[in-house]
Design a protein around this ligand. Sequence first.
Ligand code: C5P
Length: 397
Amino acid sequence: MSLEGKHVLVGVGGGIAAYKAVLLVRELGRRRALVKVAMTPSATRFVGASTFGGITGTPPVTDLWDPSYPGEVHVELAAWTDAIVVAPATANLLARAAAGMADDALLATLSCAECPVVYAPAMHERMWLSPPTVRNVERLREDGARFAGPLRGPLASGEEGWGRLAEPEEIADTVAAALVGGDQLAGKTLVISVGPTLEDIDPVRFISNRSSGRMGFALASVARDRGARVVVVMGPTSVQPPPGVEVHAVRSAREMQQAVNDVADDADAIIMTAAVADYRPAEMAEQKIKKTGNKDHMSIELVKNPDILAGLGAARKGTRPALVGFAMETHDVVAYARRKLTQKKVDFMVANEASVGFGRDDTQVTIVDHDGDHPQPPGSKMAAAGAVLDRLAKLLA
Ligand code: C5P
C-alpha cells in the first residue's frame, strides 16, 4: 500500500533489533513516505545516527537539549508527523510511553502527538510476557495504539520465543492500515482453535499428539494486529498464547467442541488449527490401570470423537461463520485437503505436510479452496498466517 506524501516518524528504541529499524525506514521510503527518525539515547548505542541521516537525508533527533534545534523539537515533530512507528519498542520504552513520560526526544514527541501510533516490540519473551509489560501493552492499546508483532522465533539470547521484531513489510502494513484505515479485520470476531486435545485413559495416562499450537497462535497474533477480536480455544500446550486475545483452555475434543460451539454464534469466522484427536478411550478408568500378571498384550477400546469442523459445516445456514480447516498429513496432503473441503463443507482448507510444519516456527502451506490450489512460499508461521488471513479477509469483505 502506497504511503505517498505521508509523514512518518520512526522512533528507534534501545534494543539489539535497532539495526532492523534501518530496513523499516527503507521500506517506508520505498512506499514513498517522507520519513524522519527520533532515537532514544540508548538506541544511539546500538546503531549510528549517521546511518539514519544518510538514508532519510535529515539527521535524526536524538537529544531534547541539543541547542541546534529551533524551538521545541518534540512539539514541532509531533505537528509534522502523520504517524509514529516505534521500532524496536523495548519493555522500558513501552513502560515509559504507557506512563506518559516525556524524558527524551522520542517520548516527549509521543506524549504530545495526536496521530496514530504503532509499536513494534522486540525483547526477550520473559520481558514481553511479564505482568508489567502485559499491563503496559494493554494500556497503550486502550489509548488507541496499534501493535505489529512481536514474532516468535530465535531471540538474541539464543533461546526461542515471542519477542522478535516483526518484519519491516508487516510493520509498514500496520502503519498503512493506521493511516488509511485499511485494517482488514476491524470489527470482526475470529474464533481460533489451537493445539492438541488430550483424551484420558485413566487418571494418569492419556492419548494426545505432538501439535504445539504455534500455527494457531501465529494466526491469533496476526489477526489481533489486523484489528480482529480473537477468541482462542486451546488444548493443552506448553507454548504461551499471545497477549491481547481471549483464551478458553480445554482438554478433550468434546470440551473443545463445547467451547467452540459456545462462541460460534458471535464468530465471523472459525479457524480450526487444532489437531483434534480422532478417537478417545471408550471409557476412562477411574483408577490407574495395573499391569496384570503375565499378560503381554493389552488393548484399549477407542470410540470416534465428534468432528467439530464438520459439525459446524453441517449446521451452517448461509455463509457465516466462514469456516477454515487445517489439514496435516504425512503424504498426499493437498489431495486429502481437497476431499475435506467438500466433506466438512468449509470455505477453504490449509494443507501442510507433517514433516514441514509440526512443532516448528516455519512452514509451507497450500491454501485449497473451491477455485483451486494456491501454494504459498515457505517461510515463518507468521507469514503463512498473513496469507491465510488475507484470503479470509477477502471472504469476509
Ligand atoms: O479430518 P482431519 O482430522 O484431517 O481434518 C482436519 C481439520 O478438521 C482440522 O481443521 C481439525 O481442526 C478439524 N477436526 C475437527 N474435529 C475432529 C477432527 C478434526 O474439527 N474431530
